[in-house]
Each structure stands twice: as structure tokens, then as C-alpha cells.
Design a protein around this ligand. Structure first.
Ligand code: EPU
Length: 354
């Protein structure tokens, strides 16, 4: 185990923000964690677990000890009459894992193709797209308790998944929703994630963009591979590729409101994009709200609102002249204020600000 100092993080966050880790350890095997915890100085240091860096905004150099997760490996754990259980190590790239499952004819993850980030980060924010969320396919995960070095396994209920939320997004001492679980942010390092892919596969096609693809192509019974291709095409058309334009995906969560609040907004803005949820509440498209306030293309320094999707903030300065985390957050606050003033809704950022 090597402790690297003053490590540039620009290549390790998809926004491409320039910042350093004062101390960084690459975790390539579980024995690296054991060695780290055996070191009296490192054992007690505050720790920050870094995966693919696709959901963070760096607002300065990281003073916590950065654990860069580089654990690799993908395997079929078990096959039963009903399902395949597949597992990937936390350092695998999420999209490569999705591709690998489909190449092996194990369908189920196709709607979540091309989501940037690592497998280890996927349960942290319960990633989701085009009608499927990680929690719908999740089996269990293994993690290491960074305080004790003990390994443990959590099932879906123990992860306390919510919309872009889990036990890993909350600090110790913080209760998660109605559950009695305590937050594990900074306390646990996810090593492996397992997914249950049902053999009775059913395509999930209820999302408008996928319905449009079916109508365009005339294919009404697409294979998982076809859906994978469609999702990749849809995402490439409207979301910026972080390798080209730095970004962290959707910057705000889609807010939910009561039917009364929604009726009030519709009375003033009849075109507001909204979806009825199972619990009777209504989800509003945050991208639409931001767009309606005229934010597309606006910027603060080199942080800008993406021209094609107002929910995505981008680094328009590239690698040479990147935006700062401060610029991103100033822009985000200005957006929050204007959406609040017009609609009375406070948007909640999705990425973790560090
Ligand atoms: N819209 C606008 N203007 C905009 C952006 C969106 O009018 O500038 C409208 C769209 O026309 C559409 C609606 O808002 O009617 C929703 O937009 P979209 O279908 O693009 O999805 P989204 O709600 O913006 C969510 C997820 C994405 C996920 C897509 C597809 C969140 C915060 N975002 O975006 O996830 O890929 O649905 O399922 O839930 C991410 O989390 O990083 C992410 C990209």
C-alpha cells in the first residue's frame, strides 16, 4: 500500500474540476484496507471514498485521506431456475458491467446503460434511468467497515434505498427516512455489488423516449440488446459525454409535490411536465422548471447550464481552463433561487459536494 501525496484529481472527477488529494491510497485489493487500518496514522484519519468521480463537485483540495477504489472483477455467482446472480467489484466501470451482462445474455440492466461512474458508486445514489432503478435489480453488496476493518453484507432493505439516495449518502449519526438505520457515508467502503437478473425478463418500455423509438422503428417487442442500443442513442443525443464536456449528470433531483401544489403550478404554467407517482404525489421535471426560468446556456465563470438539457451543469472551460467547484455551486444556488421564486419549489442537488 502506497500513500501518494498531492495527487491531481482532475482526471478522477467527471466535471474535470482541478483539485488535489493531499493523501491518496489506491485500493486494489482488500488487503490494502487491512494494511491501511494497521497503520496508526492512517487508521484514524478522516476518509473519503472515491469511485468514478461522476457524482461529486470538488470545491477545494481534499484534506481527508482519499481511498480510490480500483477493485476489479466480474462473475456469475449463481444460476437458479428463476435468476442469474451476477457480481462486479466496486472499481469496475458501470457501463462495461452492463455491456458484459448483455454480452452473456443476462438481461435486466439495459435501461441503465451508459450511466457514468463505477459499480461501487451505483448503490450510493441508487442510480436509475428510463424506468429502472438499481434497487429493482439489486441483490446485496459487500463492504468493509473502515473503523473496524470488518466486512459485512447488506441487502436492499438495509441499504435504505430512496430516489437517488441510500444509507451511504448520510453521515453516521443521521437516521435515514423512516428506517432506524444510521448513515454510513465515510464509514464504509463498498467492495462488491450483486444483482439478481430474473430469467422471466420483461422489457421496461413505459418511458416516453423509448416509446418514441418503438414508433420510429416499428419494433414493438425489442430485445434487451435493442433497448440497450436505444438507451445509448437517447443518452448520447441529449446528455453531454463527460469525456468531451465535463459534467456530473443531472445536477438536481426531480422534486415531488402534492396534487394541490401541482394544480397551483398548472394553473399558472399549464405546460409543466409532471408524472403521477404510485403514492398519489406528483413528480415534476426539474429540467423543465429550470428551462422555463430561461437558464439553458447561462453561465457563471466556466460553469454553465447545458444547452440541450437544463438539468445538467457543465464545465465549459475543458481541461485547460476548468470551472471551479465554487462557480458550479454559485450557478446552482442562482438556479435554485430563480426556480423557488417562480414555482415555490426548492430544488435539491443530486451530486455530493466536497
Ligand atoms: N425538459 C425540458 N427542458 C430541459 C430538460 C428537460 O423541458 O431542459 C423536459 C423534457 O422534455 C421531459 C422532462 O423534462 O419532458 C424530463 O426530462 P428527461 O426525460 O430528460 O429526464 P430527467 O427527468 O431530466 C431523469 C434522470 C436522469 C435519467 C433520465 C431518464 C433525475 C434527476 N434524472 O432525467 O438521470 O437519465 O431521467 O430516465 O432523476 C442522473 O441522475 O444523472 C441522470 C442523468
Amino acid at each position: 500500500m502506497l500513500v501518494e501525496r498531492n495527487v491531481p484529481l482532475q482526471a478522477h472527477n467527471t466535471f474535470g474540476i482541478s483539485a488535489k488529494a493531499l493523501q491518496l491510497v489506491r485500493v486494489q485489493s482488500e488487503s490494502d484496507i487491512a494494511a491501511l487500518l494497521a497503520d496508526p496514522q492512517l487508521r484514524d484519519a478522516q476518509k473519503f471514498v472515491l469511485g468514478g468521480g461522476s457524482n461529486i463537485v470538488l470545491t477545494g483540495d481534499l484534506k481527508a485521506l482519499v481511498l480510490k477504489v480500483e477493485l476489479k472483477g466480474m462473475r456469475l455467482v449463481e444460476e437458479s431456475e428463476k435468476a442469474w446472480i451476477v457480481e462486479a467489484a466496486a472499481g469496475e466501470d458501470w457501463h462495461d458491467f452492463v455491456q458484459w451482462t448483455l454480452d452473456n445474455s443476462w438481461p435486466g440492466l439495459e435501461n441503465m446503460a451508459l450511466i457514468p461512474g463505477s459499480v461501487g458508486a451505483s448503490p450510493v445514489q441508487n442510480i436509475g434511468a428510463y424506468g429502472v432503478e438499481l434497487q429493482d435489480r439489486f441483490d446485496a453488496l459487500d463492504a468493509i467497515d473502515l473503523a473496524t476493518g470488518n466486512t459485512f453484507t447488506l441487502d436492499a432493505a438495509q441499504c435504505a434505498f430512496g430516489y437517488r439516495d441510500s444509507i451511504f449518502k448520510h453521515g453516521p449519526g443521521q437516521h435515514i427516512g423512516a428506517s432506524r438505520s444510521m448513515g454510513l457515508a465515510g464509514r464504509a467502503l463498498i467492495t462488491r455489488v450483486r444483482f439478481r437478473l430474473a430469467k422471466a425478463w420483461k422489457p421496461v418500455l413505459g418511458y416516453l423516449d423509448l416509446e418514441k423509438k418503438m414508433a420510429e422503428t416499428g419494433i414493438d417487442q425489442p430485445s434487451a440488446h435493442q433497448i440497450f442500443e436505444w438507451v445509448c442513442a437517447i443518452r448520447r443525443a441529449k446528455l453531454p459525454d463527460p469525456a468531451v464536456i465535463g459534467n456530473a449528470g443531472s445536477f438536481f433531483k426531480n422534486p415531488t409535490v402534492t396534487p394541490e401544489q401541482c394544480a397551483d403550478i398548472i394553473a399558472r404554467d399549464p405546460k409543466v411536465v409532471h408524472y403521477l407517482l404510485d403514492d398519489g404525489r406528483i413528480k415534476l421535471a426539474a429540467g423543465w422548471l429550470i428551462d422555463a426560468c430561461g437558464w439553458k446556456g447561462k453561465s457563471v465563470g466556466n460553469a454553465a447550464v447545458y444547452e440541450k438539457q437544463a438539468l445538467v451543469l457543465v464545465n465549459k472551460g475543458g481541461r485547460e481552463n476548468p470551472c471551479t467547484g465554487g462557480e458550479v455551486m454559485t450557478l446552482a444556488k442562482a438556479i435554485q433561487t430563480s426556480v423557488y421564486e417562480r414555482f415555490g419549489i426548492l430544488l435539491e442537488p443530486e451530486p455530493v459536494v466536497v
